[in-house]
Design a protein around this ligand. Structure first.
Ligand code: ACO
Length: 427
């Protein structure tokens, strides 16, 4: 017989099913609790709430394990490519050589943006943050491509998914080009996905541009490492918006906004700004760590801590190593990397961080690589969004395949009791 849990409230007992995941994770299914008892559960921040059953990504935060569709992140980082990982996340299996080629071809075919898109970007202020520009542009895709918006039509879904993956590098690069006043570049479909992105970002119409293979490989790796992370804030946002049957572009645009926050993907920009401040002000690593611990100081050690990982974030380990490799290959001597290493060493030995299980997360070292290849700080979180896109899409697809009900949490009301309106003249 399937295992159950019992909940006793007063003299009543409720039997609740226990769901067991494929990796042994157990959950009490409370989906019928309110109907049976009138009670709801309360879990602000959802630290203890499973919002769905999912087959995409597995994380064991205690052991520092991350797998996409069963494949360890370390193996994918070493052997795979971003588009292959995107296919894996969305379709569930690694593609055959011919499936991968077909997928690549379709993505190549859709890289160009509607010409009128240029005016969408041109109408934004020059100092618009790229994340605001990207979310606006992704939302605007729904106005340019109204023929692929129905989430229940498999053909329309496929077209919108391929369009979005193909156009995201173009969108991100337009946000960047607009901010520095350079002309928008057209995609070059002879190049692969990452090479094309670098061409869109760093080429100009005046000069030849050759993609540095060291840089392309580093970006491909970073995109793989950012591609999914189960029910994080932005992915849950995508699922929640998608559950209303809003179109894919609308759901992803919302996800981009969620990612922007400094507690989430925006931390990669915060980290580099923190390192530059430490360098600029001549503050010692020890001094800064003391500030980050002080409740009366607003400083935090950006890029440290994670809701799920209570051990090393496996992505941070890979990125730290890549950081040293890439900088060495590019011949870059980075003071920022030295400061990051010093901060990490101090924090990992400090009781405050040890007791709270705070380790470097994915954002701690990524910015050092982005900086070394000439990416401005404000673009970092947009690079994260580019990587996370296939994960968001995979969850949007899975949520629809599960035919999930509209996402609609409850609340415990703690406000005023019923009272009567009093006209302004009598208040
Ligand atoms: N620096 C200093 N103290 C920290 C840090 C940090 N980076 N992170 C957590 N803490 C402390 C908190 O103050 C709290 O201390 P307390 O128990 O004395 O009150 C304790 O550690 C637990 O932290 P919470 O904020 O309650 O943990 P939560 O799981 O809610 O938050 C989060 C996780 C948001 C990532 C947090 O660690 C943080 O703000 N880190 C810095 C921002 C960051 O790097 N975000 C990127 C995360 S990865 C990603 O989203 C891509």
């Amino acid at each position: 017989m399937a295992e159950t849990a019992e909940l006793r409230v007063g003299d009543k007992t409720y039997e609740l099913p226990i769901i067991e995941g494929s990796e042994g994770e157990r959950a009490i299914d409370i989906s019928k609790l309110r109907a049976d008892s009138g009670l709801i559960t309360l879990d602000p921040g959802y630290g203890n709430t499973g919002s769905c059953e999912s087959a995409i990504t597995f994380i064991d935060g205690e052991k520092g394990i991350l797998r996409y569709r069963g494949y360890p992140i370390e193996e994918l980082a070493e052997h795979s490519s971003f588009l292959e990982v995107a296919h894996l996340l969305m379709a569930g299996n690694l593609p055959s050589a011919s499936e991968l080629e077909k997928f690549r071809e379709s993505i190549r075919y859709h890289t160009m943006l509607h010409e009128d898109f240029k005016s969408v970007f041109s109408s934004l202020p020059k100092d618009a943050h790229p994340m605001a520009a990207c979310s606006a542009a992704v939302g605007a895709l729904a106005t340019f491509y109204p023929d692929s918006l129905d989430p229940r039509d498999p053909r329309e879904v496929e077209v919108s998914v391929h369009r979005l993956i193909a156009k995201m590098p173009t969108i991100a690069s337009y946000a960047f080009k607009h901010s520095i006043g350079q002309p928008f570049m057209y995609p070059d479909n002879r190049l692969d996905y990452v090479e094309n992105f670098l061409h869109l970002m760093f080429a100009t119409p005046c000069e030849d541009f050759t993609v540095d293979p060291v840089v392309a490989k580093a970006i491909d790796l970073l995109l793989i490492l950012h591609a999914d992370h189960e029910q994080n804030c932005s992915t849950s946002t995508v699922r929640l918006v998608g559950s209303s049957n809003a179109n894919l572009f609308a759901a992803i645009s919302a996800g981009i906004n969620a990612l922007w926050g400094p507690r989430h993907g925006g931390a990669n920009q915060e980290v580099i700004e923190m390192l530059k401040t430490i360098e600029g002000e001549g503050v010692s690593g020890r001094e800064f760590v003391e500030r980050a611990k002080d409740r009366d100081d607003t400083s935090r050690l950006s890029g440290f801590g994670h809701r799920v990982y209570k051990n090393f974030d496996p992505r941070a380990k890979i990125i730290k190593k890549a950081c040293f490799d890439v900088l060495e290959k590019l011949g870059v001597n980075s003071k920022l990397l030295e400061i990051a290493v010093e901060l990490e060493e101090i924090a990992l030995k400090d009781d405050y961080f040890v007791q709270r299980n705070l380790y470097p997360n994915v954002d701690f070292y990524s910015g050092v690589i982005y900086t070394a290849i000439g990416t401005p700080d404000k673009m970092f979180t947009a690079m994260f969004a580019l990587g996370r896109l296939p994960g968001w899409i995979a969850h949007w697809l899975e949520m629809h395949a599960q035919d999930q009900r509209i996402g609609r949490p409850r609340q415990v009301y703690q406000g005023e009791l019923s009272r009567s309106y009093v006209p302004a003249s009598s208040r």
